[in-house]
Design a protein around this ligand. Structure first.
Ligand code: SF4
Length: 311
């Protein structure tokens, strides 16, 4: 039996294991929609949004921006405690860019969330070009009392791709945000999409080495989804392009995690989108089965996170 550096028998450093190691109670994230928009939609940077983006693809049912923040947190806690027996919570500001407002407004929202009983921290999803010194200073201050993670969408390590998908920022913006966050001791999570049809496997594998160098605390990886009501869906319908098959993606992921630093905690290995908006790829596999199958594949192939990592 292999003794992995993170200390359990899962062949990669899973978020569940990280939570078990760091908290005395079962912890879950409660997702909220705090009514933000995004600089890539409201014209601050550009309009139209990223070509693949449809925020309906990641909202749980208890998220409703017309309802108060407190209502959403209470509903989320009620659901998660009954379903998973969780006892403590991180409020996850997920849809759109959750630092895209004046600092005073952010302060009010974040602190309202932190006052809810059993909430122990925040995860704040945003764009790398949507933070500044003052906002990060404030988050670092909160981070001394609570568990605070800032989550940056990078999506690709290629500036050409970032232009092509209308991200409205470059890789350098991500590096700057990561440096500013690290200087303040903030935990970071990076979101990356694998499978843009003009990219190649070598580039995706380089992404593992790149993210290891950037020392992101957490990582979310997911396969490209084509979802309804996006510019990418129109491109796909005009001229269908290759998307990952289930087996193909699993085989890719083996190589990817092998090149990844064993210190990065994997929060997500694949994405899910609601069937009513997903156009491709349609794997018809529940996330629980995906994870179970992938762990089994790692064991069969004798692969684990960091096996081929070269610092
Ligand atoms: S993916 Fe994020 S940055 Fe891009 S348009 Fe959607 S909310 Fe905005």
């Amino acid at each position: 039996m292999i003794n992995y550096p993170w200390g359990d028998q899962t062949p990669y450093y899973s978020f569940n294991w990280y939570l078990k190691q760091n908290y005395n109670h079962p912890v879950r994230k409660v997702t909220v929609d705090a009514g933000f928009t995004c600089p890539n939609r409201d014209g601050t940077v550009t309009t139209g949004g990223c070509t693949y983006c449809n925020n309906d693809s990641f909202n749980p049912s208890y998220n409703d921006r017309r309802k108060s923040l407190r209502w959403q947190i209470d509903q989320g806690i009620d659901f998660l405690s009954r379903r998973y027996g969780s006892e403590k919570y991180m409020v996850y500001f997920q849809p759109y860019s959750n630092t895209h407002a004046p600092l005073e407004e952010l302060r009010q929202l974040y602190e309202e969330a932190l006052q809810v009983p059993d909430v122990i921290g925040l995860t704040i999803g945003t764009r790398p070009d949507c933070v500044d010194e003052a906002k990060l200073d404030y988050l670092a201050e909160l981070g001394r009392q609570f568990d605070v993670t800032i989550e940056y969408g990078l999506e690709s390590i290629s500036d050409t791709t970032l232009q092509r998908i209308n991200r409205g920022h470059d890789v350098k913006a991500y590096e700057t945000a990561m440096r500013m966050s690290a200087e303040r001791g903030l935990k970071t999570c990076t979101h990356i999409i694998i499978g843009f049809p003009w990219e190649e496997e070598t580039q995706w594998l380089e992404t593992a080495a790149y993210l290891s160098e950037q020392k992101t605390t957490f990582l979310k990886v997911h396969q490209l989804h084509v979802v309804k009501n996006t510019a990418m869906a129109k491109e796909y319908q005009r001229m269908p392009f290759h998307v990952f098959g289930y087996e193909e993606y699993r085989q890719f992921l083996l190589k990817f995690i092998a090149r990844l630093s064993p210190e990065i905690v994997l929060q997500r290995l694949a994405g899910e989108a609601p069937p009513n908006i997903l156009i491709a790829p349609k794997w018809n596999v529940q996330m629980g089965s995906f994870i179970k199958d992938f762990r089994e594949l790692c064991r069969q192939e004798n692969i684990w996170q960091g096996k081929d990592y070269k610092p």
